[in-house]
Design a protein around this ligand. Sequence first.
Ligand SMILES: C[S@@+](CC[C@H](N)C(=O)[O-])C[C@H]1O[C@@H](n2cnc3c(N)ncnc32)[C@H](O)[C@@H]1O
Length: 190
Amino acid sequence: MAQDSAWVAVSEFVRNPGMVGSAVPASARMVRRMLAPLDWQRISILVEYGPGTGRFTFEALERMRRDAVLLAIETGERFVKTLRQRCDDRRLIVVQGTAQDVNRHLAEHGLGEADCILTGLPFSTLEPGDAEAIMRETVRAMSPCGTLAAYQMRTAIRPLLRRHFASLRESYEWRNIPPCHLYWATGKRQ
Ligand SMILES: C[S@@+](CC[C@H](N)C(=O)[O-])C[C@H]1O[C@@H](n2cnc3c(N)ncnc32)[C@H](O)[C@@H]1O
């Protein structure tokens, strides 16, 4: 990771630990494990919540079809600026905003339902009402066959995933700071 990205990650975490969740970007191994089960040929619209410095973003772009689109939604202004500066891939759209408005962001960019939504938002530190609202909007934004892929330090997201999806696969990655729970949820309940 470029030195300026590392500095942005640390300073944003110090400014807002609850929203950023971790000062250390995801490990290469965790990114690989999280993205491996996704069916990249079937993904034409990928949404990423909280790309931060772009650890998942760049790896996802490597795997995506040439005609696919990645809509990255990030609240942090400095993360947004850094990501836009570091990436000129035409498939990537970076918006400054909140995951709660995912449906508005998709519509504003003329995009339909997402085939996959990837999130590392710290659900354990979100207000319970915000977590529920983000999950509701997420389900609404996804295609019926879509996958919600989530990496989380804690398990607060699990009951939400069980409530909103018919099928949930879980794993755990030790080689990350901190170690993380990995989830892949499919079969959204309307
Ligand atoms: C744990 S960090 C993930 C960073 C990055 N994906 C990585 O692995 O290095 C969570 C990110 O979500 C962003 N964020 C927090 N709440 C958000 C929200 N409601 N909508 C969009 N982004 C949010 C934070 O600014 C931060 O960049």
